[in-house]
Each structure stands twice: as C-alpha cells, then as structure tokens.
Design a protein. Sequence first.
Length: 173
Amino acid sequence: MTETWPVLRYEDGVPIYACANHPDRETTLRCNRCGKPICTDCAVLTDVGYRCKECVYELENRFYHAQPRHVVVSLVAAAGLGFIGGILAMPIAHFIGFWSILVAFPVAGALAEGIWRAGARHRARRLNLYAALVVAFTGLMGILVGLLFFPRGLLFGLILLGITVTTVYGRLR
Ligand SMILES: [Zn+2]
Ligand SMILES: [Zn+2]
C-alpha cells in the first residue's frame, strides 16, 4: 500500500500531516510500515518503532496461524488435562499440603506443554485466555470430585490449580 498523504505544511522543515483517522488532528508521526500519518492515539509503539493499528493487527494475524481445528483440539486437551489434573492434585494436596507447591510448577509446565502440542504448536489470538479458563473450570470440577475422597486437599488443591492456570496462560501466549 503506497498511498501518498498530503502534507498540510512544514514546520522547521518537518512535514505536518493530518492523522488518517482523525482529520482534525495534526501530527508528524507516520506508521513506519505503510507511511500512514497517525496521531498519538492511533500510534502503537512496537519493538521496531511507531506503527498504525491496522499494520500491527495484520502482522499479529500472520503470527497467529492456527486453524480452527487446532484451537478446538487445544481446548479439548485443556478440558481433559484440567479435569485429570484437578483430580490428581487432591491426594497430593491432601497428603503433603504445602510441599505440593514444589510439585506444582513442573506438573503445570508439563500440562501447558501438552495443550500446546495438542494444538500442533499453533498460536491463535487469545487461545491462552480460553485455554486458561477451560483449565480453571474443568480443574475445579476435578477438585470437587477429589474432595469427596481427600477433604484436606482443598486449600492446596486450589493453589495448585491457580499455579496451573497462570502457567497455561503464560505458555500459550
Ligand atoms: Zn501502517
Ligand atoms: Zn488519530
């Protein structure tokens, strides 16, 4: 896209443009990818400089290349692993209490890795949020089932679930 944008005037040799989205705002900023003039509200500061929101969105879509089936498989895996994880967390939390936190991190990491691989390592916009919510929900179901047999596991069971949910959220970003 090589549109030319009219220069309103020059100030000390610097061209002043009207923001492409807000014609009444003057700006010297331009998107460094498409050249569109953007005001400070429209500019997004990226690692490579100021860009317009459209360019940022377009590049993000290139990064998120999961097909719907990858998302579905990831979320089904999240549901299953969350439920099993919730049930298994209860005897561990019941018998070793505080020390179960030591076990939680590697297990949460393995569970997040399992979801990531189930989706064939494809990223999707907000997949991490959805997967974390699914794990939170089915994990809680698992904890409620486990509670019938391991009543003392409730507190640390919930803590383990919290660690797992945040790990999934971070890993699938
Ligand atoms: Zn742009
Ligand atoms: Zn603007």
